[in-house]
Design a binder for this molecule. Structure first.
Ligand SMILES: *Cc1c(COP(=O)(O)O)cnc(C)c1O
Length: 332
């Protein structure tokens, strides 16, 4: 089966770069949602711990339970708040406050302009009151930026709104305030932040315009496929479903064990995807196979999700998160 290589040195390099910006490892909360952006949840949790990180962010409580042994504290973004001393839960709405278990640790998300999740700024006072009444333990105030990775001033008015929101309520001193994802952390100084919620950047990518490439990031993941069979094609013979590739000359091709069933995009593009080693995929991607003009036992499909995403008309996030959890991940 296809497999994934996780380059530990590059992961540590990226984390070191962000540590230089934040000033400490404790202020980096590594985002491990969606199977650690396709890299492997538990494996990346272990590596994060080895590097010295103490904080993580996930989507579900199930994910939090898998990685609990590796962190001091985990923020859960999208699950009901329950009592668990090692976790805090995001409150995305007033209804979330209603649903939360009495005594649970919570962080209030403020909607500062993205209008996806969070409590409106003029509802904060009410929310804080409800939190007190329900005897929840408020440990954080947070927001998320809608355009941090775009060349515009949007980030700045959102940050301003957040400041206003934070200022509008009297908060306990030990409540942490956070709003930085990777893109924001690349654009703004981070040394004043309680924590940054670091996702994509840790895995080695930035979707920002290149003028914001303030750190040197290295892609951690590469996707590999193994040879299944080799055959000779005569000029004019066609390959794969629909026979869309026609051999322009006699050639030697091999089938490799990766397909859309593994989370590799079939894609409708008329331009064939070109692998990291410069080989175009011949014909259509099958559920479990692709065909290349190669006889190598193992081929690297991609080692940079940013450029792979550009080829396939999507973003790096989608390329990596859709890689199936059952593909073997090996640390190199
Ligand atoms: C996914 C997510 C992040 C991480 O974003 P990156 O762009 O990958 O750094 C941070 N905060 C929240 C709320 C998220 O959902």
């Amino acid at each position: 089966m296809a497999f994934i290589k996780i380059n530990k040195e590059k992961f540590f390099h990226n984390l070191s770069q962000f540590t230089l910006k934040t000033g400490s490892k404790e202020s980096i909360a590594i985002v491990l949602k969606d199977n650690a952006y396709g890299h492997g949840l538990e494996l990346m949790a272990k590596l994060s711990q080895e590097f010295g990180l103490t904080q993580a962010v996930v989507r579900t409580y199930d994910e939090a339970q898998i990685i609990k042994p590796y962190f001091e504290h985990i923020l859960v973004l999208g699950d009901k708040a329950i009592i668990d001393d090692s976790c805090s839960f995001t409150l995305n709405s007033l209804e979330d406050i209603e649903k939360a278990e009495k005594g649970s640790k919570v962080e209030l998300k403020v909607d500062t302009g993205m209008h996806r999740n969070g409590i409106a700024i003029d509802e904060i006072e009410e929310a804080v009151k409800c939190i007190k009444e329900k005897k929840l333990r408020l440990v954080g105030l947070m927001t998320h930026n809608r355009s941090a990775d775009e060349l515009s001033s949007e980030l700045f008015w959102q940050q301003k709104n957040f400041k206003k929101a934070v200022g509008s309520v009297t908060l306990n001193k030990n409540i942490r305030i956070h709003s930085f994802n990777s893109a924001t952390s690349l654009r703004l100084p981070c040394n004043q932040q309680d924590i940054i919620r670091l996702g994509l950047g840790a895995y080695g990518y930035s979707e920002l315009p290149t003028i914001y490439n303030t750190l040197e990031l290295k892609p951690v993941l590469s996707l590999w496929a193994k040879k299944v069979a080799t055959r000779q094609l005569k000029k004019g013979q066609r390959v794969g479903y629909g026979g869309t590739f026609i051999a322009p000359r006699d050639m030697t091709v091999s089938t490799y064990d990766l397909g859309y069933g593994d989370g590799w995009m079939r894609s409708n593009s008329f331009e064939p995807f070109v692998t990291a080693e410069g080989l175009p995929l011949l014909g259509r991607v099958s559920m479990d196979y692709v065909i290349l003009e190669s006889t190598k036992d193992e081929v690297c499909i991609f080692n940079d999700a940013l450029s792979a995403g550009k080829q396939l008309g999507t973003i790096s996030y989608e390329i990596i998160t859709q890689l199936h959890g059952d593909i073997k991940r090996v640390i190199i």
